[in-house]
Design a protein around this ligand. Structure first.
Ligand SMILES: [Zn+2]
Ligand SMILES: [Zn+2]
Ligand SMILES: [Zn+2]
Length: 140
């Protein structure tokens, strides 16, 4: 027991998770990530779906630059509305792969939308031209 306490004391510092391990009553030796806890002991709720984010290291988990974690698909949905963290509203860096991914999608969609709108405009112009011609051609 004393050996363990000694280990904990030696390792304690600002970078250590403050989660108390029972029954030894020593602090978790993992590196702190947010709110004084490591990714294992920090129970983060995905504020998009209100379910707990299980593991910060899972590929299905996205930890933002600010430290808040979300389910990957939840934060992708959120990013469609905003580039900011849903919890602390910190703007996410443009270099973030998810932000880049989202922006790429948006660029592609915008381009497609523009193409579709242009073709609609052409069609509408044609229709209107025909309509005008038709009206003009109609006998009074
Ligand atoms: Zn911990
Ligand atoms: Zn979620
Ligand atoms: Zn945040």
């Amino acid at each position: 027991m004393p050996a363990k306490i000694h280990t904990a004391d030696r390792m304690s510092g600002d970078n250590q998770c403050n989660w108390l391990i029972k029954p030894e009553n020593r602090r978790c030796p993992n590196v702190v990530l947010l709110d004084g806890k490591c990714s294992r002991h920090l129970k983060q709720q995905c504020t998009v779906c209100f379910e707990n984010v299980r593991s910060a290291n899972s590929p299905m988990t996205k930890r933002l630059a600010c430290g808040h974690a979300f389910h990957l698909k939840c934060i992708l949905t959120w990013f469609q509305e905003s580039d900011r963290c849903p919890v602390c509203r910190e703007e996410q860096p443009k270099s973030d792969p998810l932000i880049q991914f989202k922006n790429n999608i948006e660029d592609n969609l915008r381009k497609k939308y523009k193409d579709v709108m242009n073709s609609y405009e052409d069609q509408i112009e044609t229709l209107m031209a025909e309509g005008i011609r038709g009206r003009r051609g109609r006998p009074r």
